[in-house]
Structures are given as structure tokens and as C-alpha cells.
Design a protein around this ligand. Sequence first.
Ligand SMILES: Cc1cc2nc3c(=O)[nH]c(=O)nc-3n(C[C@H](O)[C@H](O)[C@H](O)COP(=O)(O)OP(=O)(O)OC[C@H]3O[C@@H](n4cnc5c(N)ncnc54)[C@H](O)[C@@H]3O)c2cc1C
Length: 330
Amino acid sequence: MNKKIYDIAVIGGGPAGIFAAYYARMRKLNVALIESLPKLGGQPETLYAQKEIYDVAALPKISGAELATSLIDQLHLLGCDEYLDTSVNNLKLDDGIWHISTNKEPIDAKSIIIAIGNGAFKPRKLTFDYDPLIEENNLSYFVNSIEEFRDKDVAIAGGGDSAVDWAIHLTNVANSTSLIHRRNKYRAMESSVSDLNKSDVEQLNPYIIKDVNFNQDDHEKIDVTLKMIKSDEIKTITIDKLLVNYGFVSDTKILHDWNLDLEGPFIKVDREMETNLPNVFAIGDIITYPGKLQLIATAFAEGPIAVTKALRNMYPERDYFEHSTSLFKQ
Ligand SMILES: Cc1cc2nc3c(=O)[nH]c(=O)nc-3n(C[C@H](O)[C@H](O)[C@H](O)COP(=O)(O)OP(=O)(O)OC[C@H]3O[C@@H](n4cnc5c(N)ncnc54)[C@H](O)[C@@H]3O)c2cc1C
């Protein structure tokens, strides 16, 4: 059986990649969408699902999770082959076809759109060993649903925007909320810190987390051992949930093996989103060009530009552009 060759393989299922995949399907191309995480949605879904976004055109206000769901719903109107939990490792051109090696099956395509954002991001985890079972119910690095925290005793660790915002937010649903930070000063926006100071959040600083264990008497709860900075004082709090917001490490180093022209961690593209490699395009947060803004609105616009140029390269006879999408309707 001949292996399927896609017109376009989109690498990265964040806002840029999902919308580019949808637009490519609208232009009647065969599309594979490859995402390293088990679900599509990128940063809005993974990093700030409950945060509101105010600068997506025609949507006065939408949360990260709602935006991701709407994008996925839109993509599913036309559908494409989705490869989830699939990380791209390398790209190799052979006889005009790109062979994309992944942690699973290889994927072949005539063109590639790289939309990997800040790379395959991973949360910065606690640096000491703890019982891995604690991560099942008590310790998380992402907020999937606020409901998980309802009526619970919760502690958030971190001092940046995300930690401070979640502390303020979760205090509305949790039974009790504490914020653990190693300094007396936060790295969050002044207005957020002011809201924090007016809230019921108990501020535990300057403390660092030294240990996390299941509570001896109640296995549903955990004991979090805190050490005061520059002091021998040790304090233990018993809680239901610990949310660690130490930020994320993203890994774009992989790009160095892909023979792309880079500027720092970013892929250089021209005004048609083309990279230095033939039929390889890049869009979204991973790219740079004069005036580039790392915004969802910008990422949305870059997809159609890349798809249109890819289509022109692959099928010059279909080199037309219609501005009214009702003409493309399925
Ligand atoms: C806290 C926060 C708040 C924000 N608020 C706003 C806002 O209000 N308005 C706004 O416009 N923007 C906002 N942004 C920025 C916005 O989220 C990004 O501009 C947008 O997500 C970029 O989309 P993207 O698809 O390029 O990248 P991403 O959303 O990062 O998606 C990239 C995807 O590629 C996947 N991937 C990475 N490497 C690989 C690989 N090797 N193989 C397969 N898949 C891979 C990743 O897992 C990820 O799902 C915010 C960002 C943050 C962190």
C-alpha cells in the first residue's frame, strides 16, 4: 500500500496551527495536523484556559478554553487527520517530499507549516522527589477546571502573574487559599498584587517548599513542608490541592536540527511566511519578521498567507484567490 502523502502537514496544534489547518482544508488541500500534547489548543487551552482574552476580532471577551473549543469545532466542520500526542523530531526532504519523523509513525507531506509556538512546553516542576501518586489528585501544574478546586483547601506556589491571578481567582471557589512565594515581593502586575492584598488569600512568604507527602491520617490530603528563607523556621500546611505555577520551560532547541534560518529562538520567514527551506512555512509565536507581534490575531492572519503560498507552489494551475469564503463552502 502506498503511504499517504499530505499536501500540508501542520506541526503544532495551537491557535496558529488549528486555524491554518482549517483554512488549508477550505482550500481543498489534504492536511495532517500534528500536536505533541494529547489535546489541541496550544497556550490558551494549556496555560490560561480560564483567563479572558479581549483582543480577538469580533469576540469582545472569550476565555482561553472557549477559544480553543471554538477553533477545534471550526476545524471539525471540514476535518483533517489529527496526530495527537505526536512530537515532531526532524524533517528530511527526499525527491520533493518532506518526511517528518515523530515519536510515533513518520508522516509525509509536500509542504510543511511549522506552528510550534514556544516549543513543546513543559511546566517547571518541584525539584525534589515526591510520591508520583500525589500528581494524580493533589498536585498540579496546570488548571484544567476550576471545579477541581471547589470547596478545597488550596495552596498556590509562585510569585508571577499566573500564580497571583490563580490565587485571586481560586479564592472565589476554594474553602481556603494560600499563596506560597520565596520573596516578599511578587513579579505580578501591580493591579493584581493590589487585588491580592484585598483578597482572603493567605500569603505565605518568604517560604520555599521543601517537601510534599500524603497526610498520615487522611490520605486524601497532603502535607506541604515550608522553610522560611534565611531562617530555620519550618512550617507544615495540610491541604487538598497544591498548584505549582513556577512557569514553563519551552524547548525550541529541536529547531537547530531542522536546518532552518533562525534569529535567536525564532524562525526567520519572509512576507509570505516562507522559511529558507523549500515548501516549509512557519507561523505564530515561533516566527520573526520586522514588526512581528506574538498575538493570536497575528497568528490567525499568518495561516492563510502561508497556505495560499504553499498552494501556489504545489498547484500553480490552481493559483487563484477568492476573498469570499462562501465560494469555498463544502
Ligand atoms: C498567560 C498568557 C496570556 C496570553 N494572553 C493573550 C491575549 O490575551 N491575547 C493574545 O492575542 N495573545 C495572548 N497570549 C499569547 C498567545 O497565547 C500566543 O500568541 C498564541 O498562543 C500563539 O499561538 P501558536 O499557535 O503560535 O503557539 P502555541 O499556542 O504555543 O501552540 C503551539 C503548539 O505546538 C505544539 N508543539 C510544540 N512543539 C511541537 C513539536 N515538536 N511537535 C508537535 N507539536 C509541537 C505545542 O504543544 C502547542 O500546542 C497569551 C500568552 C500567555 C502565556
